[in-house]
Design a protein. Structure first.
Length: 412
């Protein structure tokens, strides 16, 4: 392939920066194929790469010329991160948007976020960790101009009170800043995932409620005197008033999955325990468990016999027909929903909504046999079912299902 400089000089390439070339290795996704996170991480990564390379290669001649690009990239990455966090939390209803024009005053954005009661402890703590970085940039470059231009708009020299900066200190600080922002943005992404569960209060995220449930302990113990100490501990850790703490407990008790943590189970919507155990027994008869240490293997035509295929087909046919006889449309939709909640690690709070959608599809189905076979032929059926039962508020039954499988495993 010709040198890029030659292509420019020859006129084969007319746009020196944005012309698209056939290069599978080095074409970078931007614009409509880009992502906002690329901007945030890109400027921070650029700062890190510049300072790391400068120090590792002992590029003493580039100290003065690269100091400003390093600091500017770090500052701009921090600014973009704060704007991203504010926008994402605002979309979740967890933060008020900032009034006024969009500007480069990263200190104002940080203050706006920090002075609100963001309903997630980890988020609040990570925002607090940013304070020294924000204040440092605020002192030297409040509006993003000092690190970009040699002179102010009024003609005065930028950073006029400064003489030197220490690059190893900057290197360590950029690493620390990136770590905090990585954790903050991961937390915001997780809050977006938790949002679908609907489990939170104005003061506490779902993760906070899990931690509170673990602190307060089983519900039957709430009448004990020791509960008052646990209550005070939870209120202190999460900065909750008595009223806010009561709301947190109500949210925990309303969640199928979180209720498990305080030892309160939830009823299934259609299935009974007896029906589940019957189906599990039939499934295990058709799919005897292998030893736990059995390694996975690739199955091909040469490794199995026709008789084995026929025997397995007969067992599955018997299983499907027996399940069809024992389960109503509602009960099988329930079984399928529980399996997918467990297999796909969905929130237990989603169970009623997912069941309703599944049931609508089952009622429209013209052929029930295919529905049963689709679920009961899955080799991870027991794993998914047991996990799903735990998530939707039936941990004891989930454990019983797993034990039925384990009790039939051959000895090693």
């Amino acid at each position: 392939m010709p040198e890029m400089g030659d292509l420019l000089r020859e006129g084969s390439v007319t746009d020196p920066f944005f012309e698209v070339l056939n290069d599978g290795d080095w074409n970078a996704c931007i614009g409509k194929q880009g992502d906002e996170i690329n901007y945030v991480e890109g400027y921070l990564q650029a700062a890190q790469l510049l300072v790391d390379t400068l120090l590792e290669k002992e590029m003493f001649g580039s100290r003065d010329t690269l100091a400003m690009p390093i600091l500017f990239n770090a500052r701009h990455g921090l600014e973009l991160a704060l704007k991203y966090v504010l926008r994402e939390l605002g979309a979740l209803g967890m933060a008020r948007t900032r009034e006024g024009p969009v500007d480069h005053d990263l200190h104002a954005y940080w203050v706006h976020l920090s002075e609100q009661r963001i309903g997630d402890r980890a988020c609040r703590e990570q925002l607090a960790e940013l304070k020294p970085f924000v204040e440092s940039f605020m002192k030297q470059d409040i509006d993003g101009q000092e690190l970009r231009y040699f002179e102010h708009r009024d003609g005065k020299q930028s950073l006029g009170e400064q003489a030197v900066v220490n690059l190893p200190l900057i290197q360590a600080s950029v690493r620390e800043l990136r770590d905090i922002l990585d954790r903050l943005m991961e937390r915001v992404a997780r809050l977006g995932q938790e949002h679908v569960s609907g489990t939170r209060t104005a003061e506490c995220s779902r993760s906070d409620l899990i931690a509170i449930a673990q602190i307060v302990g089983p519900k039957p113990s709430w009448a004990e005197e020791a509960f008052l100490e646990r209550k005070a501990d939870a209120m202190a850790q999460f900065g909750l008033s008595s009223k806010s703490f009561s709301k947190a407990l109500d949210a925990i008790k309303a969640s199928r999955e979180l209720k498990n943590l305080i030892e309160v189970e939830s009823d299934l919507l259609h299935l009974s325990e007896a029906k589940i155990l019957e189906i599990v027994a039939l499934w295990l008869d058709a799919n005897p468990p292998k030893p736990a240490s059995t390694p996975p293997r690739v199955v091909n035509a040469a490794s199995i016999s026709f008789d084995d295929v026929m025997r397995y087909g007969d067992k599955m046919s018997t299983l499907n027909k027996a399940a069809m006889e024992q389960l109503t449309v509602e009960e099988f939709a329930d079984l399928q929903t529980i399996f997918y909640v467990g297999r796909d690690r969905r929130f237990g709070e989603e169970y009623p909504r997912l069941l309703e959608t599944t049931l609508e599809a089952h009622r429209l189905a013209k052929e029930r046999y295919a529905l049963f076979h689709h679920i009961l032929s899955k080799k991870n059926f027991i794993n998914g079912l047991a996990a799903g039962l735990r998530r939707i508020g039936q941990p004891a039954l989930g454990k019983k299902v797993a034990q039925m499988r384990d009790s039939l495993r051959p000895a090693e």
